[in-house]
Design a protein around this ligand. Structure first.
Ligand SMILES: [Zn+2]
Ligand SMILES: [Zn+2]
Length: 269
């Protein structure tokens, strides 16, 4: 009797049928022998059930958190391109001449030497291109296995900028947003991710997610592991203080529609 030695090919071969697309057996994380194992693991979880946000955002044991955040950010940008393609059907320079969500702010595009008021669809493309350039930059992210803390710190501003794509879609192209979100749960995942890893303040998460209270997620995730461990050995209960809300400023390429623009974030890009 011969033992089958056929290696499972975990990729889409040319011309594969619809039912074969992305359809291969799961692989345990510790058997993924590759420098892009974290990405493969995240994508495997998403393919299995995109609505299971907790499972997708829950890092494997011992996983370096910097890399974990970085790979999720890459994945968000990847999937946001799909939303952008859908938005192109109705978002153009005439329909949306500025990048806005609610009436309160106009977002300036940081992809230029001097930040400028790009139309929403241009802002979307420029911001995703800028995010891709940063995330693939050899200077800040030369490795996908270990990432310097200073580079991880750059993820917050990427987060804030790309989030505006969700908010523009939600407030100006609700049908497209709903159709996309019902399938991908991407804004939901992005919101939980941003809160869990403290990348955005709750006040800036302006797209409501049905059945979800952002403050509850914040509470669940606000106790650092070290503190949990300490709590087990301490006699007195640990008092967890809540973080005061961050006041929105105009230092991130945002201008209030009632005031003149006074600063930019191009230096962060
Ligand atoms: Zn638009
Ligand atoms: Zn632009």
């Amino acid at each position: 009797m011969t033992v089958s030695t056929v290696k499972i090919l975990r990729r889409n071969p040319k011309g594969c049928k619809d039912e074969e697309f992305n359809n291969w057996p799961e692989e345990p994380f510790d058997e993924m022998d590759s420098t892009i194992a974290v990405q493969q693991y995240i994508q495997q979880k998403i393919r299995k059930d995109p609505s299971n946000i907790d499972e997708i955002l829950n890092p494997p044991k011992g996983q370096d958190l910097g890399t974990w955040k970085y790979e999720h950010m890459r994945q968000f940008c990847l999937e946001l391109n799909k939303l952008t393609v859908k938005l192109q059907a109705e978002c153009n320079q005439e329909s949306c001449s500025q990048m806005t969500a609610t009436e309160q702010w106009i977002f300036l595009c940081a992809a230029h030497k001097a930040p400028k008021e790009c139309p929403a669809i241009d802002y979307t493309r420029h911001t995703l291109d800028g995010a891709a350039a940063l995330l693939n930059s050899n200077k800040y992210f030369p490795s996908r296995v270990t990432i310097k803390e200073a580079s991880v710190a750059k993820l917050g501003s990427v987060c804030r900028r790309v989030y505006r794509i969700f908010s523009h879609a939600y407030y100006h192209h609700k049908t497209i947003y709903d159709e996309f979100e019902n399938e991908s749960f991407l804004c939901k995942r992005f919101s939980v991710f941003s809160i869990k890893y403290d990348l955005m303040s709750i006040e800036n998460l302006i797209v409501p997610i049905a059945g979800m209270d952002f403050n509850d997620i914040k509470k669940v995730n606000s106790i650092p592991v070290t503190m949990c461990e300490t709590a087990l050995v301490m006699e007195n209960p640990v008092v967890v203080t809540t973080v005061p809300p961050t006041v929105a400023t105009n230092s991130d390429g945002i201008i209030a529609t009632t005031v003149l623009r006074s600063s930019s974030d191009s230096s962060e890009a």
